[in-house]
Design a protein around this ligand. Structure first.
Ligand SMILES: Nc1ncnc2c1ncn2[C@@H]1O[C@H](COP(=O)(O)OP(=O)(O)OP(=O)(O)O)[C@@H](O)[C@H]1O
Length: 425
């Protein structure tokens, strides 16, 4: 399937029925809606993301479409292992745990058919094995319900913004420095427009439940969340700024510091990628790497992007905040199925930026940079003279077009350690 522009123009719009009386319009519209739904389900079965994209652009509500027995396009993809279409649907916010009239979720369908790759993909998006396969399949395990009480809910009245300030703006909302029970914290206020349906809030709660359990010295610590509107996420506050600003102020880093930072990032990523809930960051970039006063780095802003990403795409474009594109792996740009190796690709771009002192392909706009990398295999030129051959090799491996050729973060850490030992001698 040819890679298409993820924010491409509308493929076609339906003519407005301005002269028809209202009852004829609604009848016509209803018929059109039903036929669009059938078409959407059919293209899911054909594993055809381009056709799905065209229909979705005409009618965004199709993302929650289902047939009369409650089976969604994602159920169909899961059942027939249509990976490209499933990946597209998930990227565009399709409800991953929708249950059909037998109570089965897409993951239960994939499991019943033994589609391993599909299972992995659905789980990455929070898929749960729900239902009992009343169609005659073997029973699937039902995920335990979330506990009714939670220890992460923050009372918004306890958040004091009076002496706070906005410290950053992302596509999901503003980041504030605030005080919570006397402690400085960073609070991300999610744009109200991104949390206007109950399923988003449910997904949000589920995700926070996972994130709040994470603990690692190189991962920004989640402290809690407000699950009423506006949704808010509270993390520890890191006062030394982010890597983007640091590089802007200081230019390229000496090799030893770049290796030190890179090791911290690799350690944080090993933790995220290898826990019981494998977390793929998908938006690793210098702005999401926060510095500590003692020159250590922590990985921030992971986990929730998949919930708000599609909804925020519009805001993303409107605010011109397209910085993430520059670090984006080709398979994400092309809406293909992907795994933890997308973060390795982004890491290569960050390594490059730390050593060269300028963003990768800075001569191109972020979107153009991502497109050239994905479609033409273009890569930034390694110009700095200070690269030891091992570092050059590492960067080139990490930004391989073929994700299988990219090393894991465990391997990356080992290479960085051996480089550091070489430098010490
Ligand atoms: N815990 C924190 N402590 C201190 N500063 C933070 C913290 N979290 C975020 N920031 C600051 O806020 C900025 C914006 O963060 P945010 O994660 O919302 O935006 P982004 O990653 O640039 O955008 P997007 O979420 O759209 O990818 C960061 O680059 C950083 O400077």
């Amino acid at each position: 399937m040819e890679c298409s522009n993820p924010d491409g123009p509308l493929c076609g719009t339906e003519p407005a029925c301005e002269t028809n009386p209202p009852n004829i319009i609604s009848c016509k519209e209803e018929k059109a809606r039903i036929s669009r739904t059938s078409l959407f389900l059919w293209h899911a079965r054909q594993d055809d993301p381009s056709a799905l994209r065209c229909l979705l652009q005409q009618d965004p509500s199709l993302i929650s479409a289902h047939g009369y027995d409650g089976r969604t396009p994602l159920h169909i993809c899961a059942f027939y292992s249509c990976l490209a279409a499933a990946s597209f649907l998930l990227d565009h916010g399709a409800p991953v745990n929708a249950q059909d009239r037998w109570g089965n979720s897409p993951l239960a369908d994939a499991q019943s058919k033994g589609h391993k790759e599909m299972e992995t993909l659905l789980k990455e998006f929070g898929g749960q094995s729900l239902g009992n396969h009343g169609l005659g399949f073997r029973n699937a395990a039902v995920a335990p319900p979330l506990p009714q009480t939670c220890d992460w809910e923050v009372d918004p009245l306890e958040l004091d913004f009076s002496k706070g300030r906005v410290i950053g703006k992302g596509s999901f909302g503003e980041i504030w420095k605030a005080t919570w029970r006397g402690t400085p914290v960073a609070v991300k206020k999610i744009l109200p427009s991104l949390s206007d349906d109950s399923s988003t809030i449910k997904d949000f709660k589920h995700e926070v439940q996972l994130l709040v359990k994470l603990r690692h010295p190189n991962v920004v610590q989640f402290l809690g969340a407000v699950s009423s509107k506006p949704l808010m996420l509270m993390t520890e506050f890191l006062g030394a700024g982010d890597l983007h600003s640091y590089l802007k102020d200081n230019g390229s880093l000496p090799l030893a510091i770049a290796i030190k930072f890179a090791k911290d990032i690799a350690r944080g990523m090993i933790y995220l990628h290898n826990g019981t809930n494998c977390i793929i960051h998908r938006d690793l970039k210098p702005r999401n790497l926060l510095l500590l006063e003692n020159d250590h780095v922590k990985v921030a802003d992971f986990g929730l992007s998949k919930i708000f990403r599609i909804k925020s795409r519009q805001a993303y474009i409107l605010t011109g905040e397209t910085g993430s594109y520059r670090y984006m792996a080709p398979e994400v740009f092309c809406h293909k199925s992907y795994d933890t190796k997308v973060d390795v690709f982004s890491f290569a771009m960050i390594l490059y930026e730390m050593l060269e002192g300028e963003p990768p392909l800075s001569e191109l706009a972020p979107y153009e940079a991502a497109k050239s990398m994905a479609k033409r295999g273009l890569r930034p030129k390694l110009r700095a003279k200070t690269y030891p051959p091992q570092m050059k090799e590492l960067i080139i491996k990490c930004w391989s077009s073929n994700k299988e050729d990219r090393p894991s973060f465990k391997e990356i850490l080992m290479t960085l350690e051996s480089m550091q030992r070489g430098g010490d001698r």
